[in-house]
Design a protein around this ligand. Sequence first.
Ligand SMILES: NC(=O)c1ccc[n+]([C@@H]2O[C@H](COP(=O)([O-])OP(=O)(O)OC[C@H]3O[C@@H](n4cnc5c(N)ncnc54)[C@H](OP(=O)(O)O)[C@@H]3O)[C@@H](O)[C@H]2O)c1
Length: 315
Amino acid sequence: MTPSTLRIGWYGLGSMGLGMSLNLQKYLQTNNLSPLHYSNRTLSKGDVLHDEGAVPEEKFEDLVRNSDVIFTMISNDDVLTELLNKALVVGDSLKGKIFVDTSTIHPDTSEWATSRLGEYGAAFIAAPVFGASPVAAAGKLIFAVAGPAKAVETIKPLTNVMGRSVIAMGEDVRKSSLLKISGNILVISFMEVIAEAQVFAEVTGIGNQQLEEFIGNMFGPVLESYSKRITTGAYAPPLDTSPGFAASLASKDMKHALSIAASHSTRLPTLEVASDRLISARDYAGECLDSSAIYGTGRMEAGLSFWSENSRQGN
Ligand SMILES: NC(=O)c1ccc[n+]([C@@H]2O[C@H](COP(=O)([O-])OP(=O)(O)OC[C@H]3O[C@@H](n4cnc5c(N)ncnc54)[C@H](OP(=O)(O)O)[C@@H]3O)[C@@H](O)[C@H]2O)c1
């Protein structure tokens, strides 16, 4: 297989996967390469990809049969396990295929995938990404990539299309999953402290916008964007829209981080607080919440309403 003859498949068209796969399809089309084949639980989410020349596949098994490299960008470990078990049905024709998971999963799941696919001669690359959905749409993600060196080299032009940099993590797939989880320790902990400071700004009358201006000037655009999720009300978006980084996914990531830390006899106290507060937010306001909904819990603890003037108002 040379890069020019590779057939590329994509499964998972959520808030991250759609932007990433669109960038991939545009690259394939511009370079006169075979179009992307794609699939998703809700196939209609791929209509925009179809308009760009990509080819829909009803079933994951067919996507696997018709692709040499299969990317997945799905919500969690259970979904990936279910998909790969379906792929194993394809059996001996898996030989030589490369599976690239870009989701955030537990290192044990990456190890399991390597071992099961390896039994059929297929390679597994754990390639989780850093950056929210607008970053994915802009093709500016940061990848942490681990897997067999030859397979990693084969997919390099593709990760380059979707990302601004690739952190090489070697052959041990556990390592890139672990780096991703440690990245999310930082992301969610930043969110926790910004939420705390924004509640402080509210109750003392400093003003949320003024604090946000300070955050932007002092700490730069990334932390300012976390603050904006709070001040724009995106932490609790309208019920007919999808949150940027769903609270349920952040809870999954925190669960992975806390269990791995515990298994190494270490603690992540900031993340413990953030995890409890996000669970409280989900209990109160349901699942249509961004990871920044920690802020809503902080508001309630301060005697304010969960909902701000810019968020949705209830369920
Ligand atoms: N959002 C972020 O800021 C961000 C950043 C970096 C990494 N991540 C990680 O990237 C992954 C995807 O995140 P996302 O924000 O794109 O999530 P999302 O918008 O919730 O999309 C999840 C995807 O998984 C599919 N899915 C969910 N349950 C399924 C099931 N039971 N069977 C088959 N498919 C199923 C969904 O299909 P449907 O379309 O049919 O629902 C969708 O394609 C997660 O692991 C997340 O932790 C997210």
